[in-house]
Ligand binder design. Structure first.
Ligand code: DI6
Ligand code: FE
Length: 410
């Protein structure tokens, strides 16, 4: 152990470390931090006395549980406009696909997002990120995909980065230019894929605006061949990929993502057993999105049992977006993951911590309370870890720590 003194200690609460297979619980735990890293974690009784005595700042938590900072690994929270009218249309019987084919859906958000200035987009999107932060989310993925032209995609991803700077959150960005066919390319999907591969991705890579490349592989979006072209370019640029796969139909999307060593395949309601096997082999995380399942009143659930059997890591995310998952609460998603998809609270909690970190390629820094990890964590005054899944919304964390510093959650 290094001789350097510790900066700060948090003690007096249980720890949900997410180490090992389960939650890695430690009752009466202690976390020590130096700079922005965890330097000691374990049971308080085992902590070195001399180190504790020399630490200038000790925070006593008085019960409750400390979790790794929660991670929402799939969001579309930067967007302009509002789709409440579509919600009403769906209540009147229209389907998501019908609305999309009639020019509503994603394309109506594209119109509003293109029309918004960077400042307007930032102002509209920040509250959604703040909602998540208030629940203890410290790492957040944000996708583009409502710009669908070079300048608008850049604008979205700059806003995503600016949200991270404003709130002190870790933001991972994904380019989702292959989300929908923009109206000016109607009937020319191949040309739009050319634009993505020859201009949008190279420019975003050059500017460091995209940490990964995503796509929407679906009958109402892009075919597996089209997505494969986008992924080839991503590979050439050294960017990892992930995919909206098999959400509304089985297009072998999961296997496609796995064949490019995808970080994750997301949605997966219609994924077939071969796709699950391919994901297991590639170490591709299954990102489950019960908010979209709920909103679209889907009845077909992702093959959870097969993921378990094949040892595929499962993550849970909000999919926060104006159409299919108008939700900016990861707490509610934890409950939905258990109630709608049959996850255990342990699986659900690992799904917004250790497995969500894996889905973002951040396993070495995020998602666990362990030595060497970023000092991101949140403290909830709850009786048992499963309370976060059981109670819908409700109590907020009373402390959120990011990079070793406590932040005020407004
Ligand atoms: N799948 C989704 O659930 C979202 N995008 C996607 O590819 C929906 C986005 C929207 O309706 O605006
Ligand atoms: Fe999505």
């Amino acid at each position: 152990m290094s001789d350097k003194p510790w900066d700060r200690i948090w003690k007096g609460a249980g720890l949900v470390t997410c180490e090992g297979e389960g939650l890695g619980l430690i009752e009466q735990g202690l976390i020590a931090v130096r700079d922005n890293e965890i330097v000691w974690v374990g049971a308080e009784v085992d902590a070195p006395r001399d180190k504790i005595a020399a630490t200038p700042q000790i925070v006593s938590l008085n019960g409750g549980w400390v979790f790794p900072g929660l991670i929402d690994c799939h969001t579309h929270l930067v967007f302009g406009g509002n789709r409440a009218r579509e919600f009403e249309m769906r209540l009147e019987g229209a389907t998501y696909e019908e609305i999309a084919r009639a020019g509503g859906g994603i394309l109506s958000t594209v119109k509003a997002t293109r029309a918004a200035s960077e400042e307007e987009l930032f102002a509209a999107s920040l509250p959604r990120a703040r909602d998540l932060l208030r629940e203890g989310v410290t790492t957040l993925e944000i996708k583009s995909g409502y710009g669908l032209d070079l300048q608008s995609e850049i604008k979205m991803l700059k806003v995503a980065r600016a949200i991270g700077a404003e709130l002190g959150l870790t933001i991972k960005t994904s380019c989702l230019a292959a989300h929908a066919l923009p109206p000016e390319y109607a009937g020319r999907a191949g040309d739009y894929i050319d634009l993505i591969c020859s201009q949008i991705l190279p420019r975003l890579a050059e500017e460091g605006l995209a940490d990964a490349v995503d796509g929407f592989c679906e009958g109402i979006a892009f075919s597996p061949d089209e997505i494969a072209r986008v992924f080839e370019t991503a590979k050439d640029l050294g960017l990892p990929v992930k995919l909206h796969a098999d959400q509304l139909s089985d297009l072998d999307g999961a296997a496609l993502a796995a064949s490019f060593d995808g970080l994750s395949a997301d949605h997966l309601e219609y994924t077939n057993p071969k796709g699950v096997e391919a994901m297991a082999r590639a170490g591709t995380v299954a990102v489950l999105l019960p908010g979209a399942f709920y909103t679209l009143k889907e009845t077909r659930r992702p093959p959870i049992e097969t993921f378990r059997k094949e040892g595929v890591s499962m993550a849970l995310a909000s999919d926060c977006n104006p159409g299919s998952s108008p939700i900016s609460s990861l707490r509610l998603i934890l409950n939905m993951g258990c109630t709608l998809f049959g996850l255990t609270p342990t699986e659900a909690l690992r799904g917004v911590t250790v497995n969500a970190a894996k889905a973002l390629g951040e396993s070495t820094r995020k998602g666990r309370l362990a030595v060497g990890m970023d000092a991101d964590f949140c403290h909830y005054k709850i009786g048992a870890p499963a309370d976060l899944c059981y109670w819908m919304s409700g109590a907020r964390p009373d402390k959120v720590v990011m990079g070793g510093g406590e932040i005020t959650v407004l």
